[in-house]
Design a protein around this ligand. Structure first.
Ligand SMILES: O=P(O)(O)OC[C@H]1O[C@H](OP(=O)(O)OP(=O)(O)O)[C@H](O)[C@@H]1O
Ligand code: HPA
Ligand SMILES: [Mg+2]
Length: 182
Protein backbone atom coordinates (compact mmCIF):
# COMPACT_ATOMS: atom_id res chain seq x y z
CA UNK A 1 0.00 0.00 0.00
CA UNK A 2 1.57 3.35 -0.98
CA UNK A 3 2.12 5.72 1.93
CA UNK A 4 1.05 9.34 2.08
CA UNK A 5 3.93 11.67 1.22
CA UNK A 6 6.06 12.54 4.22
CA UNK A 7 9.17 14.46 5.18
CA UNK A 8 11.66 13.68 7.91
CA UNK A 9 12.55 16.31 10.50
CA UNK A 10 15.82 15.72 12.35
CA UNK A 11 15.27 14.96 16.03
CA UNK A 12 18.66 13.64 17.25
CA UNK A 13 21.83 14.40 15.29
CA UNK A 14 24.51 11.85 14.42
CA UNK A 15 26.89 13.80 16.64
CA UNK A 16 24.57 13.65 19.65
CA UNK A 17 24.08 9.91 19.15
CA UNK A 18 27.84 9.31 19.03
CA UNK A 19 28.39 11.33 22.22
CA UNK A 20 25.65 9.45 24.06
CA UNK A 21 27.06 6.09 22.95
CA UNK A 22 30.43 7.01 24.46
CA UNK A 23 28.71 7.64 27.83
CA UNK A 24 26.69 4.43 27.65
CA UNK A 25 29.77 2.40 26.70
CA UNK A 26 31.55 3.71 29.78
CA UNK A 27 28.69 2.51 32.01
CA UNK A 28 28.58 -0.87 30.29
CA UNK A 29 32.35 -1.32 30.65
CA UNK A 30 32.03 -0.67 34.38
CA UNK A 31 29.13 -3.09 34.76
CA UNK A 32 30.85 -5.91 32.88
CA UNK A 33 34.46 -5.19 33.86
CA UNK A 34 34.89 -8.66 35.36
CA UNK A 35 33.14 -10.56 32.56
CA UNK A 36 35.19 -13.07 30.55
CA UNK A 37 33.43 -12.55 27.27
CA UNK A 38 30.22 -10.59 27.07
CA UNK A 39 27.56 -11.82 24.62
CA UNK A 40 26.16 -8.75 22.87
CA UNK A 41 22.89 -9.58 21.13
CA UNK A 42 21.42 -7.27 18.51
CA UNK A 43 17.72 -7.47 17.68
CA UNK A 44 17.34 -7.45 13.93
CA UNK A 45 16.73 -5.57 12.02
CA UNK A 46 16.42 -2.21 13.75
CA UNK A 47 19.47 -2.44 16.02
CA UNK A 48 22.09 -3.16 13.36
CA UNK A 49 23.51 0.37 13.25
CA UNK A 50 23.39 0.93 17.01
CA UNK A 51 25.09 -2.37 17.87
CA UNK A 52 27.83 -1.71 15.30
CA UNK A 53 28.67 1.65 16.86
CA UNK A 54 28.21 0.45 20.45
CA UNK A 55 30.50 -2.59 20.30
CA UNK A 56 33.27 -0.48 18.79
CA UNK A 57 33.15 1.77 21.86
CA UNK A 58 33.07 -1.07 24.38
CA UNK A 59 36.71 -2.10 24.54
CA UNK A 60 35.77 -5.39 26.24
CA UNK A 61 36.02 -8.98 25.02
CA UNK A 62 32.68 -9.51 23.27
CA UNK A 63 30.90 -12.10 21.21
CA UNK A 64 28.26 -10.69 18.86
CA UNK A 65 25.09 -12.58 18.07
CA UNK A 66 21.73 -11.66 16.56
CA UNK A 67 18.11 -12.54 17.03
CA UNK A 68 15.42 -11.38 14.66
CA UNK A 69 12.11 -10.31 16.15
CA UNK A 70 9.39 -8.48 14.33
CA UNK A 71 6.01 -7.07 15.25
CA UNK A 72 5.37 -4.01 13.06
CA UNK A 73 5.20 -5.16 9.45
CA UNK A 74 5.05 -2.11 7.18
CA UNK A 75 2.73 0.03 9.29
CA UNK A 76 3.02 2.34 12.27
CA UNK A 77 1.12 0.11 14.70
CA UNK A 78 2.50 -2.80 16.67
CA UNK A 79 0.76 -6.11 15.97
CA UNK A 80 1.45 -6.86 19.67
CA UNK A 81 2.45 -10.30 18.52
CA UNK A 82 6.21 -10.63 18.62
CA UNK A 83 7.53 -13.27 16.27
CA UNK A 84 11.02 -14.70 16.59
CA UNK A 85 12.11 -15.02 12.97
CA UNK A 86 15.72 -15.98 13.59
CA UNK A 87 17.22 -17.36 16.77
CA UNK A 88 20.69 -16.97 18.27
CA UNK A 89 23.57 -19.02 16.92
CA UNK A 90 25.39 -19.32 20.23
CA UNK A 91 24.62 -20.54 23.74
CA UNK A 92 23.97 -18.05 26.54
CA UNK A 93 23.47 -20.33 29.55
CA UNK A 94 25.67 -19.10 32.39
CA UNK A 95 26.98 -16.19 30.29
CA UNK A 96 26.72 -12.44 30.77
CA UNK A 97 24.43 -11.02 28.09
CA UNK A 98 23.58 -7.56 26.77
CA UNK A 99 20.52 -7.23 24.52
CA UNK A 100 20.77 -4.25 22.20
CA UNK A 101 17.59 -2.68 20.84
CA UNK A 102 16.91 0.46 18.80
CA UNK A 103 13.64 1.56 20.38
CA UNK A 104 11.21 0.62 23.15
CA UNK A 105 7.78 1.84 22.09
CA UNK A 106 4.82 -0.25 23.32
CA UNK A 107 7.43 -2.43 25.03
CA UNK A 108 6.12 -5.71 23.59
CA UNK A 109 9.24 -6.59 21.61
CA UNK A 110 11.92 -6.15 24.25
CA UNK A 111 9.73 -7.51 27.07
CA UNK A 112 9.00 -10.63 25.04
CA UNK A 113 12.60 -11.19 23.94
CA UNK A 114 13.90 -10.68 27.49
CA UNK A 115 11.46 -13.30 28.84
CA UNK A 116 12.36 -15.61 25.97
CA UNK A 117 16.10 -15.39 26.63
CA UNK A 118 15.75 -15.60 30.43
CA UNK A 119 14.47 -19.16 29.96
CA UNK A 120 18.01 -20.06 28.80
CA UNK A 121 19.41 -19.03 32.19
CA UNK A 122 22.09 -16.46 31.38
CA UNK A 123 24.25 -15.45 34.36
CA UNK A 124 23.43 -11.75 34.02
CA UNK A 125 21.13 -10.20 31.44
CA UNK A 126 21.00 -6.47 30.77
CA UNK A 127 19.14 -4.52 28.10
CA UNK A 128 20.00 -1.32 26.31
CA UNK A 129 17.77 0.69 23.99
CA UNK A 130 18.90 3.76 22.10
CA UNK A 131 15.42 5.29 22.27
CA UNK A 132 12.55 5.07 24.72
CA UNK A 133 9.05 6.33 23.94
CA UNK A 134 7.31 6.01 27.33
CA UNK A 135 4.08 7.72 26.20
CA UNK A 136 3.17 4.67 24.12
CA UNK A 137 3.97 1.93 26.60
CA UNK A 138 1.50 -0.98 26.81
CA UNK A 139 3.54 -3.34 28.97
CA UNK A 140 5.48 -2.44 32.08
CA UNK A 141 9.03 -2.58 30.76
CA UNK A 142 12.07 -0.35 30.87
CA UNK A 143 15.48 -1.06 29.39
CA UNK A 144 18.33 -1.13 31.91
CA UNK A 145 20.10 1.59 29.90
CA UNK A 146 18.42 4.13 27.61
CA UNK A 147 20.08 6.52 25.21
CA UNK A 148 17.34 9.09 24.76
CA UNK A 149 13.77 9.47 25.91
CA UNK A 150 11.67 10.75 23.03
CA UNK A 151 8.13 12.13 22.67
CA UNK A 152 5.28 10.27 20.99
CA UNK A 153 6.40 10.54 17.36
CA UNK A 154 7.11 7.94 14.71
CA UNK A 155 10.85 8.01 14.15
CA UNK A 156 13.20 6.67 11.49
CA UNK A 157 16.93 6.52 10.79
CA UNK A 158 20.01 5.04 12.42
CA UNK A 159 18.64 1.55 11.72
CA UNK A 160 14.97 2.33 12.26
CA UNK A 161 12.57 2.08 9.33
CA UNK A 162 9.21 3.14 8.08
CA UNK A 163 8.03 0.36 5.74
CA UNK A 164 11.67 -0.80 5.38
CA UNK A 165 12.94 2.61 4.27
CA UNK A 166 15.19 5.21 5.90
CA UNK A 167 17.25 2.78 8.00
CA UNK A 168 20.37 4.26 6.42
CA UNK A 169 19.89 7.83 7.65
CA UNK A 170 22.78 8.72 9.99
CA UNK A 171 20.48 10.57 12.41
CA UNK A 172 17.11 10.00 14.10
CA UNK A 173 14.27 11.88 12.43
CA UNK A 174 10.58 12.27 12.96
CA UNK A 175 8.15 11.34 10.19
CA UNK A 176 5.83 14.21 9.30
CA UNK A 177 3.05 13.73 6.75
CA UNK A 178 2.92 16.71 4.44
CA UNK A 179 -0.87 16.79 4.37
CA UNK A 180 -1.11 16.94 8.18
CA UNK A 181 -1.82 20.33 9.74
CA UNK A 182 1.33 21.85 11.29
O1 LIG B 1 8.23 -1.59 21.74
P1 LIG B 1 7.56 -2.07 20.48
O2 LIG B 1 6.24 -1.41 20.26
O3 LIG B 1 7.48 -3.56 20.39
O4 LIG B 1 8.43 -1.55 19.24
C1 LIG B 1 9.81 -1.65 19.13
C2 LIG B 1 10.24 -2.61 18.07
O5 LIG B 1 9.61 -2.29 16.81
C3 LIG B 1 10.61 -2.18 15.79
O6 LIG B 1 10.90 -3.42 15.22
P2 LIG B 1 10.03 -4.05 14.01
O7 LIG B 1 9.06 -5.03 14.55
O8 LIG B 1 9.48 -2.94 13.18
O9 LIG B 1 11.11 -4.85 13.20
P3 LIG B 1 12.54 -4.36 12.66
O10 LIG B 1 13.45 -4.25 13.84
O11 LIG B 1 12.96 -5.44 11.73
O12 LIG B 1 12.35 -3.02 11.96
C4 LIG B 1 11.82 -1.72 16.56
O13 LIG B 1 13.02 -2.05 15.87
C5 LIG B 1 11.73 -2.49 17.85
O14 LIG B 1 12.28 -3.78 17.72
O1 HPA C 1 8.78 5.15 16.12
C1 HPA C 1 9.01 4.08 15.47
N1 HPA C 1 9.50 4.11 14.21
C2 HPA C 1 9.74 2.98 13.49
N2 HPA C 1 9.52 1.76 13.94
C3 HPA C 1 9.04 1.66 15.18
N3 HPA C 1 8.73 0.57 15.89
C4 HPA C 1 8.29 0.97 17.06
N4 HPA C 1 8.30 2.33 17.15
C5 HPA C 1 8.77 2.79 15.98
MG1 LIG D 1 13.08 -4.17 15.84
Amino acid sequence: MPHRPYVIDEMISAKAIAARIEDLAREIRTEFADTDKLVVIGLLRGSFVFIADLVRELDLPVEVDFLEASSYGDGMESSREVRILKDLRGQIEGRDVLIVEDIVDTGHTLAHVTDYLQTRHPARLRTIALLDKPARREVDFKAYWTGFEIPDAFVVGYGIDFAQRNRNLPYIGKVRFVDDAA
